[in-house]
Each structure stands twice: as structure tokens, then as C-alpha cells.
Ligand binder design. Structure first.
Ligand code: ATP
Ligand code: MG
Length: 553
């Protein structure tokens, strides 16, 4: 890596290509298959592709890799576009591999005409049997030397629908003894009588990934086609098709996919979680999907920042999800207004506060003036957090306990005078007296206390449902464990608090708005929230184990 410029390995290649005038403009693409929602791994690929183009004054296409009719759907197309826009990226052109079906068909007939492709009547088993193993060469099959004319006729008949699924395939004629198994006459077209989300029933033969992807890159004049490491063995084939078809020389480069702890990242697995009801939807806030993270309150900026921080590597690794949480927290700390919410309420009664009196106190919305201020109603009865009272206080307990003084945030210092329990021994009410001369901002008392607690006026509080999320899996890397990955699902990944109270300023908070609930974490308004029933998701807690780690390094 060239240290002073801090370029990643793909940036170095691009810089060299531009210096050698190999290309005049960098063109990358993001090529999702519309068979699921985008996840954080895709975000990494998106940031990489778009930022490379931005950095070198080029462009990025959005190309739907929609050559597999069975699993694809327009619902996914729409969600992918929405997620990309939300992430903050603008694609140059929206394209579909299915738009190239005619052209790809022509490419295939060109290969046949050159004696470089043939129709094989063998079954999947027969074809596999002749393919050999990584240590043993394959063998030529009985259809390999079919005359060109016959191949052309059969391929046309395949297209015309004369044959059933699996009856015939078109294969490239390369080398059955090649070291690279992908070069042993790979299948390039298969018969599939299936409805396609865009081309409908126009086609019953569909190109395989290897025959569609590189050629689509080439048709669009993509200069740097970036994919994940598992495609390294495909690169030889990618280059072979381009060479034999004599088309624009796009080049493939590989980087390590993102793997993250306590989640899974394959669309096939995520689909199972949705379909089998382990989560509610693709945008369930526990999902590693972009839409799930958005709903949970993660910001686009924090996701981009995360992708930037992890960088790109040539070797597989597993990234700690706490780094992502750290990035989210870091951004929300700047962004979110501070408000008060009580998650586990117990009543606090101020015995010497006049019955029926209401004061409007001024409270700051954030750590500095730029956040502004708001009015906060204060009265005789408040909700406070149950855990902020202790009947028999532990050592160094600075919150409420019989006889103890504590500050109510943005309000007064109160002294605990007693409490009331119900028959089960559960504290029902905490009784305090307040010190009128200790009002925040106007405190003339000279009294200082060590503890400050949050509260909400009982007469003004708005009830809210609060959803607390934990990791979706119990183990760091569920995909690597023995057996089915679903055995490792955390059964307690969602905890719903149905009777919390939030301050009245949140009454009309719009879905998606993010707040810091003082002392409790960052929360956002869920899309299901609708007055009078407010619903909040906990985005991330306040505790940041990573801050320490980052400072240390
Ligand atoms: P999945 O395994 O989730 O089905 P995929 O690779 O089949 O993923 P595509 O829709 O084909 O999904 O991916 C679009 C692009 O995103 C590809 O270029 C792919 O390499 C990239 N991508 C997918 N998953 C990751 C990941 N975990 N990290 C980085 N890039 C990824
Ligand atoms: Mg794929």
C-alpha cells in the first residue's frame, strides 16, 4: 500500500490504469440480484463501488442481475433502489441484465459459430460425472463434437421452447482437462420454463451467471468490475468470454466480503428468518438489512462511516458488530435531541409541592446551545425509574434512598422522605420533599448532590411502547457452527416494554426521528407508532465498549 496517499489496492490499480490511459473514465457497477433485501454486506460493496467512481471522477451503474427468474421479484427491485437512495448514492443508469437477453443470445450463437459452444443432451448427473475432480481431469462427453449447424439448430429449438427443463444445455467448449474446474466446458444456458419478473414468458432459456455477468459488464463498458473473493476462480472464464467474443475488456477484481458477528449475511438465510417467522419482516430492526437498520434508527452516515473504517481487504475476516454500534452512537451523539423517558416507572410524590400546581421549566435539548431548549412540565407527581430508588442503599449509591438527596434533571433537588409498598412488597410510591431554591439554572442554595435522575410529569406523560433489541444470535458466527444456523437464534432478541412513559414533547414525533433518552440510550420512533400509541425502538445503548478500544489503539 502506498502509505502517504492511503489508497486501497483497487484504488492503486485504478490510478495506474488512468496513468497508463487504459481508460479515460472509471465506470463501476453495483450488481444486486433482486432476490432479497440489501444487507450491511451489500452496503460495503455499494460504498466501495460508488466511492471509487466518485474519487476518480467516474460513474456507477445500478444493474439488476436478474437472470434467475424463479427467485426474483419487483418487490426486491423497489426495496434495493430505496435503500441505495437512502444510503446517499446516485447511480448513473438503472439497468437490468434481462435487458441484454437478446444480445446474450447472440453472443451465444457467435460462440457456437466459432466452434466454441455446443448443445449437450446429457443429464445433470451425466455432465457432473464427466467433469472430473479438482485432482482428476474431466472427460469429453458424447456431444462435444456436434457440428456447428446442428448446435445452432438445437440452440434455436431450445429457445423456441421445444424441450423441457433440463433436457438440454448449452456449454462453452473450452478444456475438459483444465486445472480450473470452471473452465471444463461450463454450462452457459439452461432451459427454464418460468415466468420472469420483467421479460414475462418471452424466454424459456436463461443464461448462467458466468455468461451474463461479464458480458453485461462489457456491454456497459464497466472498467472495474468488483466482486467478492469467491469469484476468483471465475475470473479466468470472465476473461475467456470477453476475449473470444472480442468485446469491451472489462476486468474483474475481488475483495473480501463483509462478515459480522452475531448475525448472518446471506439472503437465503435471511429469507428463512422472515419466512419461518423468526423475525417479523425483512425490515425487522434485528435484521442486518439496510431497511432493518434504518427502521432501528441507524443513520446512513453511520453505515457509510462504518464501511469506510473497516476498509477493504483481500482476506476473509469477521468484523465485530460493536464497531458498527460505535459508529451509530458516534453519529447519534451529535444528532439526537436529549429527552426524558421512563422505561420502568414508579411514582414519585413531592409531598410539599402545592396540589394542582404546574411549572414550565426550561430544559436544554443537548450538550450545547446549538440544540436549543424546550419547555418541560413539572408537577406534584412524577414518574421516575424504579431502579433509581433503593430501599436499603448500597455503598456509593448516589440516587434515591430514604433520607438521600438527588437532583431531578432540569428541575429541583429532592429529599426522599419515605415510600409506600403494596401487599407483595413492591414499592408503589416514593415520597420526597423538594427544595424550592434549587431550581436548575437558578439554584441559590449552595447544596451539591452527586446523583441526577430523569423523570416525567405524571399528569403530562405519554404512554409508549418501547422495543428493546438484543443480538439475533447467541454465537459470534452462527454460519460456522455445527448444524442449522437457526439453532443459534437468541430467543430473547426482542423485549417489549408496554407501559413506559415519555415526555409530552414527543407526542407528535415523526416515524424515524431519533432521540437520546437521557441515561437510557438512543431510541427512534418506529413506523408503527401512531398517536396515541407511540412506539419506540432502542437503536443502541449509551455504553460504548468500543470507544475505549479505539482510544487504546
Ligand atoms: P448473498 O450471499 O447475500 O445472497 P450475493 O452475493 O448473492 O449475496 P448479490 O445481490 O449478488 O448478492 O450481491 C450484489 C453485490 O454485493 C455483489 O457484487 C456481491 O459481491 C456484493 N456482496 C454481497 N454480499 C456481500 C458481503 N457480505 N460483503 C461485501 N459485498 C457483498
Ligand atoms: Mg449473487
Amino acid at each position: 500500500m502506498s502509505e502517504e496517499k492511503n489508497l486501497n489496492f483497487i484504488e492503486e490499480i485504478i490510478e495506474e490504469d488512468l496513468a497508463n490511459r487504459k481508460y479515460t473514465e472509471v465506470l463501476t457497477r453495483f450488481p444486486p440480484e433482486p432476490n432479497g433485501y440489501l444487507h450491511i454486506g451489500h452496503a460495503k460493496s455499494i460504498c466501495l463501488n460508488f466511492n471509487l467512481a466518485l474519487k476518480f471522477g467516474g460513474k456507477t451503474n445500478l444493474r439488476f442481475d436478474d437472470t434467475n427468474p424463479v427467485k426474483e421479484d419487483t418487490e426486491y427491485v423497489d426495496s434495493i433502489k430505496e435503500d441505495l437512495q437512502w444510503l446517499g448514492f446516485k447511480w448513473a443508469t438503472e439497468l437490468y441484465a434481462s435487458d441484454y437477453f437478446d444480445q446474450l443470445y447472440n453472443f451465444a450463437t457467435q460462440l457456437i459459430s466459432k466452434g466454441l459452444a455446443y448443445v449437450d443432451d446429457g443429464s445433470a448427473e451425466e455432465i457432473t460425472a464427466l467433469k472430473g475432480t479438482p485432482t482428476e481431469p474431466g472427460k469429453d462427453g458424447p456431444y462435444r463434437d456436434r457440428p456447428v449447424e446442428e448446435n445452432l439448430r438445437l440452440f434455436e429449438e431450445m429457445k423456441a421452447g421445444k424441450y423441457k427443463d433440463g433436457e438440454k444445455v448449452l456449454r462453452a467448449k473450452i478444456d475438459m482437462a483444465a486445472n480450473n474446474m470452471h473452465m471444463r466446458d461450463p454450462i452457459i444456458y439452461r432451459i427454464k420454463h418460468a415466468h420472469h419478473h420483467r421479460t414475462g414468458d418471452a424466454w424459456c432459456i436463461y443464461p448462467m451467471y458466468d455468461f451474463a455477468h461479464g458480458q453485461s459488464d462489457s456491454i456497459e463498458h464497466i472498467t472495474h468490475s468488483i466482486c467478492t473473493l469467491e469469484f476468483i476462480p471465475h475470473r479466468e472464464l470472465y476473461d475467456w468470454f470477453i476475449e473470444k467474443l472480442e468485446i469491451f475488456p472489462s476486468k474483474q477484481y475481488e475483495f473480501a466480503r463483509l462478515n459480522m458477528t452475531y448475525t448472518v449475511m446471506s439472503k437465503r438465510k435471511l429469507l428463512q428468518l422472515v419466512e419461518e417467522g423468526y423475525v417479523q419482516s425483512w425490515d425487522d430492526p434485528r435484521m442486518p438489512t439496510i431497511s432493518g437498520m434504518r427502521r432501528r434508527g441507524y443513520t446512513a452516515e453511520s453505515i457509510r462511516n462504518f464501511c469506510d473504517r473497516i476498509g477493504i481487504a483481500k482476506r476473509e475476516n469477521l468484523i465485530d458488530v460493536s464497531l458498527l454500534e460505535f459508529c451509530v452512537r458516534e453519529h447519534l451523539n451529535k444528532l439526537a435531541s436529549r429527552v426524558m423517558a421512563v422505561l420502568d416507572p414508579v411514582k414519585l410524590v413531592i409531598t410539599n409541592y402545592p396540589e394542582g400546581q404546574i411549572e414550565e421549566l426550561i430544559s436544554e435539548n443537548g450538550p450545547d446551545e446549538s440544540y436549543g431548549t424546550r419547555k418541560l412540565a413539572f408537577g406534584k407527581e412524577l414518574w421516575i425509574e424504579r431502579e433509581d430508588f433503593m430501599e436499603e442503599p448500597a455503598k456509593k449509591w448516589f440516587r434515591l434512598a430514604p433520607g438521600a438527596l438527588v437532583r431531578l434533571k432540569s428541575a429541583y433537588i429532592v429529599k426522599c422522605e419515605g415510600f409506600v409498598k403494596d401487599n407483595n412488597g413492591t414499592v408503589q410510591e416514593v415520597h420526597c420533599s423538594y427544595l424550592p431554591e434549587t431550581q436548575s439554572g437558578n439554584d441559590t442554595s449552595g447544596i451539591s448532590v452527586k446523583g441526577t435522575i430523569h423523570w416525567v410529569s405524571a399528569a403530562h406523560a405519554i404512554p409508549a411502547e418501547i422495543r428493546l433489541y438484543d443480538r439475533l444470535f447467541k454465537v459470534e458466527n452462527p454460519s460456522q457452527e455445527e448444524g442449522d444456523f437457526k439453532e443459534y437464534i437468541n430467543p430473547d432478541s426482542l423485549h417489549v416494554i408496554s407501559k413506559a412513559y415519555v415526555e409530552p414533547s414527543l407526542a407528535n414525533a415523526a416515524a424515524g426521528s431519533v432521540y437520546q433518552f437521557i441515561r437510557k440510550g438512543y431510541f427512534c420512533v418506529d413506523k408503527e407508532s401512531q398517536a396515541p400509541k407511540l412506539v419506540f425502538n432502542r437503536t443502541v445503548s449509551l455504553k460504548d465498549a468500543w470507544a475505549k478500544e479505539v482510544k487504546k489503539s
